[in-house]
Design a protein around this ligand. Sequence first.
Ligand SMILES: O=C(O)C1=C[C@@H](OP(=O)(O)O)[C@@H](O)[C@H](O)C1
Ligand SMILES: C=C(OP(=O)(O)O)C(=O)O
Length: 431
Amino acid sequence: MSEQQTVSFEKPVLRGALQVPGDKSISHRAVMLGSIAKGKTTISGFLDGEDCLSTIEMFKQLGVKITRNGTDVTVESPGIANWQTPTEALDAGNSGTTARLMLGILSGSSVTSEMCGDQYLSKRPMKRVTDPLEQMGADITSKGTADYLPLTVTGKTLHAIDYLMPVASAQVKSAVLLAGLQAQGTTSVTEIAVSRDHTERMLVQFGAKLEQQDQVIRIEGGQQLTGTDVVVPGDISSAAFFMVATALVENSDVSFLKVGLNPTRTGILDVLEAMGVETELSDEQGFSGERYGTVRIKHSKLRGTEIGGDLIPRLIDELPVLALLATQADGKTIIKDAEELRVKETDRIEAVATELRKLGADIETTPDGMIINGPTPLTGATLQSYGDHRLGMMAAVAGLITSSPVQIDNPSCIAISYPHFFEDLSELVNQ
Ligand SMILES: O=C(O)C1=C[C@@H](OP(=O)(O)O)[C@@H](O)[C@H](O)C1
Ligand SMILES: C=C(OP(=O)(O)O)C(=O)O
């Protein structure tokens, strides 16, 4: 792909049906739990995005046999107790999920390994996971600043802790639970707000026992996982870009097939409804402990809304594109309690506001969110991706409603979570 991408369609309309690629969070976890387990795990619908490929590469270096044929993956593992010490640093690339969950897993393993990441990941905080892991007895050292990659983990015998999470983060929760799986005693994690629960659901699929009560999750250490079959539903965070595009563009009507409907991830549907978007759910089914179904979205007249509180962890990655949607809504949209956006691939509060203002949006930043006044007509401009896939896709969706073309600088990062994004966009627009 070139280093600049133009988004320009003559009177676009989005119609038809789309099956978005596999869920990124579930794809990572399927490879991780399949590698911790002894035996064979098959994964279908795996996301072949760069982040999940980084996870696969790490486990290959640890001696796990992993074969991939497109979106079908087979993991054959000797079990975590028999992993081999890698000869080179494990590279998490751009993926925060890979880095943070792996720190938890490696802490209780029997190997020593260094972990690094790309220029963006190397600036993202790791102390939120190394703190509780060190309380469990983990040995994590750094040559530079303790809060950042690269870090070296020397596997140790861990002991259980009761951990009250200071942030609503599924990555922190999962790192502690996965370390707890290997620790002596029963580890508990208490959440301040419910974050995505794919780790908990998948641990049960792999044969682990977990207790859950209100916002407390308990896991007993020393449980053995057994390989299983995982079917990965479509990623609602990827579908979100085309859901918003459909809502924005006149006469559009798109059905999203087999999209994940785990209630800890469906905050976007609640917000679309609150903003006046026609949404319809059908064909709901369950597999591997996860729910999925068809979501139909139609272009609608939009009104501003407030997005905050417990809703934030249920749509954290959708906020950049929801901010774009809000520029076309009648009245004020307030996004609050979303300070976590500042520690993603880039500071998504500043980046979203800076880029949308280039198009003519009326948007103000706050320490924990944004205030957007709409509707404002948008004109074309050259937008930066900041190496952040979600910013790149937000820019592309904006290009559907601007009066002149949008150019995206450095669009290749979109392959981190959505490798065929532009093909799917062209297909939907040309139906
Ligand atoms: O656990 C996961 O798979 C993820 C958790 C979220 O991050 P935090 O745990 O930092 O909120 C989310 O932003 C990320 O895209 C994926
Ligand atoms: C924040 C994201 O992912 P990660 O933390 O895994 O890099 C994302 O996909 O938007």
